[in-house]
Each structure stands twice: as structure tokens, then as C-alpha cells.
Design a protein around this ligand. Structure first.
Ligand code: WT7
Length: 654
């Protein structure tokens, strides 16, 4: 059965309640259609009006879209603004005492800060950065735990015009080093340790390792936030404590006046080839995407208690923690811990405790919580919830139904939001007060987002037929380029095959009879493991860097909880190992990948062969490996293989 037949089996439709529709920011299908029609008729006017309505400009823009150097598009190019001003200062007039962040620590205690306090802390830290000579345009790496200070660090960079590049706290020294080097970062902000699920991770020691041997000469300072009492090694002249450098700093720091097309941040993400790409987002367009989706998709209301469970190391944490909720003046939760600590009711207990109204999480978390305690939500008062969200991978209809019934009490719309690091904000997602939802479908494109599904020649495919997901027109929050690599930007996202005109998302998708979109998966060599994006080639490169390994091929296989699991087919330089020896080497290779990239990339399954299945021209037959990984019977003719005997070897898990 093909992927599309499987997903289309669930065909129930869930309209929003009358009560929800009544209060919704976009109420009813007609309102949605009217917005879409406006975008169709006057694309630039549509975006111009929204940008004027929702953003506080220091100097208004006169030009909306500049396509003269397409696909290097510019939006609101002569406008001036500061995103930190938009996220903080503009709320101080009437919301200075409103809670901006409720920080819940791993141990269950929580602290609140108001918009005024957030302002003061951001300014203090921004001034501290300036005192270290961080200037507009400098790159700053942020390698932090999920604590309020991570948001403060990002906002402070944005305030002074420095470009942040957040590196997920689970990445290893090698990954940190690659990113520092590519960005030529001047400063890195970290913590002595992170605390998650009762466990401590030594972030500062990892930074030291990344900087060892003079490998990252661009780094001048390492700022260390003291999260725990654990002592860390110290390099005088280079390392400074967060609490020391903010001492005596003023709580006023005038926001730097920035151009709408100045770079806000670089965020590295995996692709099918090479090292992770530095996806570059610019200020004005990105901010607009964040605000609109808060209003349209999350139906933001001032009384909301909003909670996105992502980590700021990913795009979701950028747009739906650091920027979007603050830009609309929301009260939000920043959570340091994990959903399973101290037990699998943590999320439900926190929703009850903080009276969360809007809850945004990932299918992998939902699936693992179903497994660990499907009945646990019933034990808590979840009546504060009014909207649920899902992001990162397709949500299987079973998980959707459980989320809808057990968590949302069959009362809350679920917004299944499709988007990417590159798109900056939600692209295809339900407008909850307008669309009936269908389990497993991210529904329809947001107004102004010209999504299509096309065949190899770029022509739209009919409903019911699978194809490649593309976006036909540039939109404000789309990445502007790949940092330091314009060619890669063009070849990856605006490829020649579509005349450099269509944005290629890299996903396959299909529409049903109502035009509702279902995402079927990646069309490139990118895996989605627990909602995290991993390039197979990155993992292969890590494996072949091990002294024992001659060759490796990595593919994904379906996994109940993670969505996809990593399977590595490995040929050693020496003999093919068997028995205990194979187990020992497999464990060593898993630990190696964790060290090279991070634990998230560690193969779940390693299989050894005397060789890998190749065509006579020497190409690794990945399709065949995918079948082997799934344990499927190989129906393909293997007689053309140079070495058919390895098939038997590679079908065996250790
Ligand atoms: C890829 C982007 C978007 C923020 C988190 C991941 C997959 C994302 C969905 C969804 C089906 C989804 C796609 C996409 N994806 N959301 N709702 N339904 N698939 O960002 O790491 O840039 O990954 O995640 O394959 O291309 P990312």
C-alpha cells in the first residue's frame, strides 16, 4: 500500500465549535477566502497592508517586493525597524506589568517575568554584549539550555543588530565547531550546564572542546551563564560569567535602527548533501510571518497562556517562542525540562498548573506520551485549553484522534502546521475558526502562500495524485539565502528544473478531493527523526570518519515513536564482524556518531556487510537498502548487482 493510500484511510472531518468560530480572529471560511482573494488580486498590496498594520516601523517602507534579483527577493527593503522593539518596547505602554514569560524549571518550580522585567534584562545583557565589542552584523553563537536567558540572549543580539546563530544544546562539540567556523562567530553564549529530565549536560565543556587547538580563531569571548553550582574549567581572558558582565549595566539600551533586509539570524539545518546549511532570515519579512501566524493559526488572544514545547535550538523555538509570542504581547511558558520527567504526566500537570490555553507540540512527543500513559490526561484539569498545535512531521491519524479527544476534550481545534526552517513561519495550517480539520492533514495554505503540488516538469498534479510540494511566489518570511553560499541557495531551493521560479520544499504531498493537503515525506535524503531533521550524508560522513569504517550508507525506517529511525549499513576496512564482535563495534559506532554530531543522529540499527549493494557502475542502491531496513521482501531484481550475496548479510539486525 502506498503512503497516500494509508493516510487517506481516515476520512472523518471535525468542524470547529460554534463557540470557537464566534471568537476567532478569522471567523468562517468566507473570511479566509476573502483574504486569499485579496492576495490573488493584489499580491503586494496584501502584504503591504499587513506589514503596516502589524509591525511598528521606525521608518515606513515605500517598496513592498523587489524581484529584480530573483530568486534573491527583498521585502519592505527601505523600511527600518528593530525586532526587539517590536517584541518588547512597544508593549510597555499598556502591558509593562503583564507576564511575558513563565519559566518552569526542570525541577517543577517556576518563575515569572513581566514585559518590563524582560525589557530590563534584555537591555542589560545587550549593553554587556556591547561592552565586549559585539557590533551590528557580528555573529554570535548561542548554545544554551531551554531557559529564559536563551530568549534574553537572542533578543539582546537582535536589539543591537548582532546576528545570532542558535545551536541546539544536544549537538556535540564537532557540530558546534562547524557552525562557529561557517559563521565566523565572534562570541559564544553558553551555560556551565543544562538540566533536563534530572540529568545535567556539560555545555561549557563542550564549547571548550570545540574551541580547543585554536580551531576557531574568530571567537573572542565565551559568555557563561551559571545554571548550576558545578564548577567549570576556565580560560582567563576568553571566558566571562554572564552575571559578571551584566553587573552595573544600564537597563536602557536604545534598539539599533535596522533595515528590514538586515540579517536577523542564521540557523543551520540539514540537507541532502554536504554540511548543514546556514539558513538566513532577514528581519522584516520574518517578523511579519511570525505575527500573522500567531494571529491566524494560533488565534492569539491577549488572555491566552501560550505554550510551545520546542527548543530554541530549532526554528520552532525561534518563531514560536522567541519572536512570535513576544511580538504579539503574549504570556508564554518557557520549559526547561522534558515531557517524561519526573513522569509522563508532566505536560498535563503543567497545563493544569499554568492554565494553558494554547499548546503546541510535536507528534513524536504525543506518540511517546500515549505509549507511556494514554489515560494520564484524564487525571488533570485541562479545561483551560482552547487550541492544540502539532509540528515537525506528519501526525498519524491515531495520534491526532487521541490528542483531540484526550487532551483537547473534543473541544479544541488542532492546528497541524506544515512549514520548515526555510519558510520561517507556518505555511500550510488550519485557520482554526474557519476550517473543518481532518486528522493527518495540515489542510490548506495560509492566505498569500501560493502552494502547489507539481510533477517533474513543474505542472500541477490533479487532486488525489502525489507530487512535489512547491511554493509559486516568494513570500516575506522565506529564507533569503544560505549563509556564504548563494549558489547552494539557488540550486537547492529554486532549482533549474523549475526554471529558478518555484520554491522547492523537498517534501512530497497530495491533495484530497477538497484540496486538503497531506504531507507524505521528504523526497530528498533527509530523515525526520523525532521531528528533527538529519541528513543521511552527514551521518555517513561521521561513520566513515571512524578508523574502522570503509564505507557506510544511511537510510530511514518507520518507527512507532520517532516517526523515522536511523539505519546504517556499514562495511568495515577489515573483515565483516559477527556475534559479540559485531555488537561491540556497533555500540562503538553509535557512540562515535553521538560524539561527532549529537545523540539525535545516533543510528538505531547498524548492519554489517562485506560490501554494500551497488550497481555495476558502483552506485549504492539506496532503494534496496530502504527495503532491507524495513524488513520488506526485496522484490527488485538483484541479479544486476555486483555482489548479490551481501543482501543476506545486510538483512540481519545485530
Ligand atoms: C520538514 C522541515 C517546521 C518546524 C519544525 C521542523 C517536516 C514539518 C510538518 C507537518 C508533515 C512536517 C517536513 C518539512 N514537517 N512540519 N505538520 N506535517 N511534515 O522544521 O527541521 O526545517 O523540517 O519537517 O518534511 O520539510 P525543519
Amino acid at each position: 500500500m502506498s503512503a497516500i493510500e494509508t493516510v487517506l484511510k481516515e476520512d472523518r472531518v471535525f468542524p470547529p465549535s460554534e463557540e470557537f468560530v464566534k471568537q476567532a480572529n478569522i471567523s468562517g471560511m468566507e473570511a479566509y477566502k476573502a483574504l486569499c482573494a485579496k492576495a490573488e488580486q493584489d499580491y503586494e498590496g496584501f502584504w503591504r497592508d499587513l506589514a503596516n498594520e502589524h509591525i511598528s516601523w521606525h521608518k515606513p517602507f515605500t517598496q513592498v517586493l523587489d524581484e529584480s534579483k530573483a530568486p534573491f527577493f527583498k521585502w519592505f527593503a527601505d523600511g527600518e525597524l528593530n525586532i526587539s522593539y517590536n517584541c518588547i518596547d512597544r508593549h510597555l505602554k499598556d502591558k509593562a506589568d503583564k507576564t511575558a514569560i513563565i519559566f518552569e524549571k526542570d525541577d517543577g518550580t517556576s518563575e515569572k517575568i513581566t514585559y518590563q522585567q524582560l525589557h530590563d534584562k534584555v537591555c542589560e545583557f545587550a549593553n554587556a554584549l556591547k561592552s565586549l565589542d559585539v557590533q551590528k552584523g557580528d555573529r554570535v553563537i548561542i548554545y544554551m539550555p531551554m531557559i529564559t536567558e536563551a530568549v534574553i540572549a537572542m533578543q539582546a543580539c537582535a536589539r543591537i543588530g548582532a546576528i545570532h546563530s542558535v545551536v541546539f544544546g544536544g549537538f556535540s562539540a564537532g557540530a558546534v565547531k562547524d557552525r562557529i567556523k561557517d559563521a565566523a562567530a565572534k562570541v559564544i553564549i553558553t551555560a556551565n550546564e543544562s538540566v533536563r529530565g534530572g540529568k545535567r549536560t556539560p555545555l561549557k565543556a563542550t564549547v571548550d572542546e570545540a574551541l580547543a587547538n585554536g580551531d576557531c580563531p574568530s571567537i573572542e569571548k565565551v559568555i557563561v551563564f551559571k545554571r548550576t553550582d558545578t564548577e567549570v574549567a576556565w580560560t582567563d581572558n576568553r571566558d566571562v560569567w554572564w552575571h559578571d558582565i551584566i553587573k552595573g549595566q544600564s537597563t536602557v539600551c536604545e534598539p539599533e535602527v535596522m533595515n528590514a533586509e538586515d540579517t536577523l539570524f542564521i540557523l543551520y539545518t540539514s540537507g541532502s548533501t554536504g554540511k548543514p546549511k546556514g539558513v538566513e532570515h532577514h528581519i522584516g519579512g520574518y517578523l511579519l510571518g511570525a505575527i500573522l501566524s500567531m494571529n491566524w493559526v494560533f488565534d492569539y488572544k491577549p488572555s491566552d497562556v501560550y505554550w510551545c514545547t520546542a527548543d530554541v535550538g530549532w526554528i520552532t523555538g525561534h518563531t514560536y517562542i522567541c519572536y512570535g509570542p513576544l511580538a504579539v504581547g503574549a504570556t508564554q511558558i518557557v520549559f526547561e525540562g522534558v515531557p517524561t520527567y519526573p513522569d509522563a504526566s508532566r505536560f498535563w500537570q503543567m497545563i493544569e498548573k499554568h492554565k494553558v490555553t494554547t499548546f503546541y507540540t510535536a507528534p513524536t512527543a504525543i506518540r511517546s506520551l500515549i505509549k507511556l500513559g494514554a489515560d494520564l490526561p484524564e487525571k488533570f484539569d485541562l479545561s483551560s485549553l482552547r487550541l492544540l498545535g502539532s509540528v515537525g512531521e506528519p501526525i498519524n491519524p491515531e495520534a491526532w484522534m487521541w490528542y483531540y479527544e484526550k487532551v483537547g476534550g473534543s473541544r479544541c481545534p488542532i492546528v497541524d502546521t506544515w512549514w520548515q526552517t526555510e519558510t520561517g513561519s507556518n505555511m500550510i495550517a488550519p485557520i482554526p475558526g474557519a476550517f473543518p480539520t481532518k486528522p493527518g492533514s495540515c489542510t490548506l495554505p495560509l492566505p498569500g502562500i501560493m502552494v502547489d503540488i507539481v510533477d517533474e516538469t513543474g505542472n500541477s498534479v490533479p487532486n488525489g495524485q502525489g507530487g512535489s510540494l512547491v511554493i509559486r511566489r516568494a513570500f516575506p518570511s522565506l529564507l533569503r539565502t544560505v549563509y556564504n553560499d548563494d549558489n547552494r541557495f539557488v540550486s537547492t531551493y529554486f532549482p533549474e528544473e523549475f526554471g529558478h521560479k518555484l520554491y522547492l520544499a523537498g517534501d512530497s504531498a497530495a491533495r484530497d478531493e477538497d484540496g486538503y493537503i497531506r504531507i507524505m515525506g521528504r523526497i530528498d535524503d533527509v530523515l525526520n527523526v523525532s521531528g528533527h531533521r538529519l541528513g543521511t550524508m552527514e551521518i555517513e560522513s561521521a561513520l566513515v570518519a571512524h578508523p574502522l569504517v570503509a564505507e557506510a550508507a544511511v537510510v530511514g525506517k518507520p518507527h512507532d515513536i520517532k516517526g523515522e529511525a536511523v539505519v546504517a549499513f556499514v562495511m568495515l576496512k577489515g573483515d565483516r564482524p559477527v556475534g559479540e564482535e559485531a555488537q561491540k563495534i556497533a555500540a562503538e559506532l553509535k557512540a562515535w556518531v553521538a560524539k561527532e554530531i549529537g545523540k539525535i543522529a545516533q543510528p538505531d540499527d547498524i548492519r554489517f556487510g562485506e560490501n554494500l549493494p551497488k550497481t555495476r557502475s558502483g552506485k549504492i542502491m539506496r532503494r534496496l537498502l530502504r527495503s532491507l531496513a524495513k524488513g520488506e521482501e526485496v522484490t527488485q531484481d538483484t541479479s544486476t548487482l555486483e555482489n548479490p550475496q551481501v543482501m543476506e548479510q545486510l538483512s540481519q539486525s545485530i
